[in-house]
Design a protein around this ligand. Structure first.
Ligand code: FAD
Length: 247
């Protein structure tokens, strides 16, 4: 396993609670849209075993051509040791990234794509949308729906509807509006539905999709095979193959 040590080169305050840490991009480090990485703070590998309280899974909210690795996270007043360190971490501090992989690349299959997310889950989708806006090949349209009860919606310049590019972005601040809209979107029987949020959020969205006749093959989750199987089998009982054919 290769550990990339790099440095924080900028910290952006996206909203009062959400920050993006922009890291220098090591020369030989690249990634696909939708990737997550292991983001670790200094000292994580100082002992015999890795110190898990200094490591978190984080999506990369940028694309390689931006030439910086973006990590976007919410830091509440009451927070973990990891986020407490992030609260006061400074530009120039060394951090590590390793085991980078995308479970949610953009499926270019001439279909409509729906991005369903909650809060900072939108960070996972930012590179997918940028990739699509730069090159729309084999994607009919993208529709993003995000719920954030803080009403401080993320990345407003990227997530701005662009009718000429077949991109629609909707932000809502309450569950009633969210699930009403999700139900409407799920009327598209051939769409591809990406979901990012807590497991509870994922399950609730999948229940809406299942009721509308959407099949597991049409659902993309930011989970490895085992996690995907666990969640999908709870909503689609009686089925046991939830793999997506690589197209
Ligand atoms: C594939 C993947 C991608 C991911 N991508 C991202 C990403 O891009 N951005 C991101 O932010 N997360 C991402 N996550 C989730 C991330 O790994 C963390 O689990 C998440 O950010 C929570 O961090 P934390 O454990 O440090 O807890 P915190 O965020 O600090 O806390 C979680 C909750 O517990 C409460 N809490 C924590 N400590 C206390 C305390 N002492 N007292 C009272 N309440 C407390 C907090 O208020 C909060 O509501 C991803 C996870 C996966 C699996």
């Amino acid at each position: 396993m290769q550990i990339y040590w790099t440095r924080i080169n900028k910290i952006t305050e996206e909203t009062p609670e959400v920050k993006t840490f922009l890291l220098d991009r090591p020369e030989d480090f690249t990634w696909e849209e939708g990737s997550h990485t292991h983001f670790a703070l200094e000292g994580f590998n100082a002992g015999d075993k890795p110190n898990r309280s200094l490591i978190r899974h984080m999506s990369i909210s940028t694309l390689p051509h931006e030439n910086t690795i973006g990590i976007t996270t919410r830091i509440k007043e009451q927070c973990s040791e990891f986020k407490t360190i992030l609260k006061t971490i400074e530009v120039g501090t060394k951090v590590a990234i390793f085991k980078t992989h995308s479970n949610v690349p953009l499926r270019r299959e001439n279909k409509n794509i729906y991005l369903l997310s909650s809060g900072v889950g939108l960070a996972t989708f930012r590179p997918l949308v940028l990739d699509y806006l730069e090159r729309a090949d084999n994607v009919n349209q993208i529709h993003s729906l995000n719920i954030d009860s803080t009403k401080d919606f993320l990345f407003p310049t990227v997530f701005k509807s662009a009718p000429d590019k077949n991109f629609t972005s909707l932000f809502v601040d309450n569950r009633k509006d969210y699930y009403e809209e999700a139900r409407n979107l799920a009327a598209d029987k051939s769409g591809i539905y990406y979901i990012v949020g807590s497991d509870e959020f994922i399950v609730q969205n999948m229940e809406v999709l299942r009721e509308r006749g959407i099949t597991p093959e049409q659902i993309m989750l930011d989970k490895r095979e085992k996690g995907r199987h666990e969640l999908l089998s709870s909503v689609y009982p009686g089925q046991d193959n939830f793999l997506i054919d690589a197209k």
